[in-house]
Design a protein around this ligand. Structure first.
Ligand SMILES: [Zn+2]
Ligand SMILES: [Zn+2]
Ligand SMILES: [Zn+2]
Ligand SMILES: [Zn+2]
Length: 383
């Protein structure tokens, strides 16, 4: 505390203000020493603070440097990635341009081809009209093609008919027909499409490589044997016909088997020529395919056959399993697996089938007293 200097004008009385100077000086000195000490302490504390602050500052500096380094690494990586992306982008642009160029080229080519195609079509139409027979109005399906000296053609079916009627002149120009043949017409008919020759079919077909076997209107014989209706029916109408035909029974399937009955009088005697046929059956197999089961006994040889409503190629996709057994047995006595036969113009068994002798059958068939005959079971399925 600062010493109070009290003057004569103060309110103090007496001699208090008359304190000796030395005492006052000593007090002052003491006071100053104390203050110095306090200041020193403060200074020390401030210095400590300064040190701490400096250290903190250095730490921050180091951290900053580190961060800067990290950031610069990241920057470099990013720069690399950006330049790679730029390269990729440029590559894609170049590729796109190449594709566009190619596309343009193709468009031009397509245009040319279309124009050419149109011209060709017109030419073919013109040629086709020139090879049409003026009598039957159909383009000949086979060469050589008869023609008059002026080049008018007639088909090889109509010309003989005309000649038989005493007509020897060209139906187009009335000049004598002669014996000429048109090489040009032959080329044209070989390269044009003709209407399918099968009745009912509207398909246009190529001159060569055309197989009637695949036409829906090809004729096939009804697969019936007892009674045999022997009708020739367009392939596409056969199922409909079979379902109404008296020689064919409609079955859902033959998987579970059916009992076949054989009259006793057809077994005894066993005369040659005592042939037997059973009524055929129509049934659906897997994948909606239609099959026929046919059975006969010729010269004591039994033939069991599966006919498919399809062509040779369709039949290659199927294997049929035909089994024969006693009605009392749980296991098959005779079994065979084979391809079905495609339905065709004849009922001749020229494909795969199951055949066995009556002697073999006699080993397991069952005698039916009431019906006076023999019974055995037959089952058919696609495997
Ligand atoms: Zn004709
Ligand atoms: Zn003529
Ligand atoms: Zn056809
Ligand atoms: Zn029929």
């Amino acid at each position: 505390m600062r010493p109070r200097l009290v003057g004569p004008k103060g309110n103090l009385q007496g001699r208090e203000w008359e304190r000796p100077l030395e005492q006052e000086g000593a007090e002052l000195q003491e006071e100053m020493v104390k203050q110095m000490e306090v200041l020193l302490l403060e200074k020390e504390s401030l210095e400590d603070n300064l040190k701490e602050v400096t250290e903190e500052k250095n730490k921050l500096k180091i951290k900053m440097l580190e961060n800067e380094e990290e950031t610069s690494d990241e920057k470099t990586a990013m720069r690399h990635s950006i330049s790679a992306q730029c390269l990729e982008k440029n590559k894609l642009i170049a590729e796109k341009q190449a594709v566009e160029r190619e596309n343009k080229k193709l468009q031009t080519e397509k245009k040319e081809i279309t124009q050419e195609g149109r011209k060709n079509k017109a030419l073919v139409k013109e040629l086709e009209s020139k090879v049409e027979c003026p009598v039957c109005l159909v383009a000949p399906r086979e060469g050589p093609v008869p023609c008059c000296p002026a080049g008018h053609i007639t088909c090889s079916l109509c010309l003989p008919k005309l000649k038989r009627q005493g007509k020897v002149e060209c139906p187009t120009c009335r000049e004598p027909m002669g014996e000429g043949k048109s090489a040009l017409a032959k080329v044209v008919i070989e390269h044009m499409e003709h209407q399918c020759s099968l009745e009912g079919c509207q398909d246009m077909v190529a001159f060569e490589g055309y197989k009637e076997a695949s036409c829906q209107y090809r004729l096939a014989i009804c697969p019936s044997k007892n009674p045999a209706c022997k009708k020739m029916v367009p392939f596409c109408k056969l199922e409909e016909h079979a379902k109404a035909c008296p020689g064919i029974i409609v079955k859902e399937n033959l998987k579970q088997g059916k009992i076949v009955w054989l009259p006793e009088n057809m077994v005894k005697g066993n005369k040659q020529g005592n042939d037997l046929t059973w009524t055929s059956e129509i049934f659906s197999g897997s994948r909606g395919r239609v099959f026929f089961f046919m059975m006969s006994r010729i010269n004591n040889l039994y033939t069991l056959e599966v006919v498919m409503l399809g062509n040779e190629e369709d039949c290659k996709k199927y294997i049929m399993e035909v089994s024969v057994k006693s009605p009392d047995s749980y296991t098959d006595d005779i079994q065979a697996r084979f391809r079905p036969r495609p339905i065709g113009p004849t009922n001749d068994t020229d494909g795969f089938c199951l055949t066995f002798k009556q002697k073999t059958l006699a080993k397991f068939w069952r005698y039916n007293m009431a019906k006076k005959g023999y019974e055995f079971m037959v089952s058919v399925k696609a495997v």
